[in-house]
Design a protein around this ligand. Structure first.
Ligand code: KE4
Length: 432
């Protein structure tokens, strides 16, 4: 049994001064029972908690740590930068370098604006689309999560679903009325909304690889159809690649599928673990943003020197020859091992993976949308999660998230995960 006395003590104190004791709901372990762990160190694929327990990490801070924790090059870059100060609220050289590198890596992004979180990126992207088109409504997809801005917390995935609040209180009716939800991978559901609200829809925003209702890749012709329809209707197509960007390919899902959205939102990996978000796209759209245009968006810490340097160093690592090939090799090896375990145990859970992000659903049917994902046996997932944790493996504390493989995970770590997974899966099958 894991000794987590110090984490418990900290959590008791936290609950007195932080809502739910956490600074982000999905960390609260509420879907898997028990209490959150407090971590104090990460090194490569490993995490240590405040009680000294070591875990093999497949959360990777929900995606940013694709190069592994405390990568020496990132640490050195930050050490150098912090010696010269932490924030100037003014322009720095590295923000130009990072913007240039992003425009080189992501095919559709001609200009990019840095912000401080994925939420800020998506919030700003829909304001830009609304300002540019003069329309108010947006289409999103049930189960996708685009951060916690008002317009998105309608049938939202990730922590909102995990905690059973996909529609948060506090969203004004008028705002909620402008958010239309379609069904992921169901083009007819999009066509019906466009028919009904022709001329009123500013943007359609989608995770091209959904990672917040478990991992559900968009079917290829679905994305192609979305591109065609939005083009015909003057609707701004926004790919929310906060999670899939720089993860599933150097240029994200849009490179993988060869589809060019009008705007792309980014985050996570481009901060190398520091707070960063970004949105970018066609020049004619982006130049509408102040001060070149009249659509306002701003941020005290946008382009922060520490975050820019960590992001720049991380993207440079991704551009080293063979980075993605090696990541794909490991991720495929892990997938095969997990599938073999399921075959051995005679369970046919649905597994999906795109590059180094994946998940398997505690349900023996295919999962292509939110409704199907919602039918998973989350109690079995909770047993699986706890059994993995007891073996020193840390995955996301929710069925409606993804696991992430980093460049720091080696063959030994994969073998360890495959072994632990088999035991945890067996444990999850024993009805408690
Ligand atoms: P942030 O505001 O949390 O930086 O980014 C919001 C966001 C936007 N778009 C996508 C596709 C995302 O996955 C996210 C955030 N992802 C979740 C994990 N599924 C963040 C974890 C959390 O809420 O603590």
């Amino acid at each position: 049994m894991l000794q987590t006395g110090k984490s418990r003590e900290l959590f008791d104190q936290a609950r007195k001064v932080i809502p739910g004791g956490v600074n982000s709901p999905v960390r609260a372990f509420s879907a898997v029972g028990g209490q959150p762990l407090y971590f104090k160190k990460g090194q490569g694929p490993w995490l240590w908690d405040v009680d000294g327990n070591r875990y093999l990490d497949f959360v990777g801070s929900w995606g940013p740590m694709i190069a592994g924790h405390s990568h020496p090059r990132v640490v050195e870059a930050l050490r150098e930068t912090v010696a010269g100060g932490t924030s100037f609220g003014a322009c720095v050289e590295t923000e130009v370098e990072l913007a240039r590198l992003i425009t080189q890596m992501v095919p559709s992004v001609e200009m990019v604006r840095m912000v401080n979180s994925g939420t800020e990126a998506t919030m700003s992207a829909i304001r830009l689309a609304r300002g540019h088109t003069g329309r108010d409504k947006i289409i999103k997809f049930s189960g996708c999560y685009h951060g916690h801005a008002d317009s998105f917390l309608i049938e939202a995935g990730s922590g909102a679903t995990t905690l059973g609040v996909p529609n948060s209180p506090g969203i004004p009716g008028a705002v909620a009325a402008d958010t239309l939800n379609a069904v992921y991978n169901d083009i007819e559901s999009v066509k019906r909304l466009i028919e009904k609200h022709r001329g009123e829809i500013a943007a359609l925003i989608i995770e091209p690889v959904a990672g917040n209702m478990g991992v559900i890749p968009a079917e290829e012709n679905f994305l192609r159809e979305l591109r065609r329809l939005t083009g015909e209707e003057g609707i701004v197509l926004i790919f929310d690649e906060v999670m899939s960007g720089f993860r599933v390919a150097p240029g994200g899902a849009q490179q993988l599928y060869g589809i060019r959205p009008d705007l792309t939102t980014m985050g996570k990996i481009i901060g190398g673990g520091l707070p960063v978000g970004a949105y970018g796209g066609k020049r004619e759209l982006m130049e509408r943003i102040a001060p070149s245009g009249d659509i306002y968006q701003a941020g005290t810490l946008s382009g922060n020197p520490l975050a820019m340097r960590a992001g720049l160093e991380t993207l440079r690592l991704l551009n080293e020859p063979g980075f993605y090939d090696k990541l794909e090799e490991k991720s495929a090896m892990l997938e095969e091992g997990l599938r073999e375990n399921m075959r051995r145990l005679g369970v046919g859970y649905h597994m999906s993976r795109v590059g180094s992000m994946g998940c398997f659903f505690f349900i023996e049917q295919t999962v292509t949308n939110y409704n199907e994902a919602g039918k998973c046996d989350t109690a079995a997932f909770a047993r699986y999660f706890r059994a993995l944790l007891e073996q020193g493996v840390y995955v996301a504390p929710s069925q409606f998230e993804a696991y992430f493989v980093s460049a720091a995970h080696g063959d030994d770590e994969m073998a360890l995960m495959i072994k632990a997974h088999q035991k945890a899966l067996a444990a999850s099958l024993e009805k408690k």
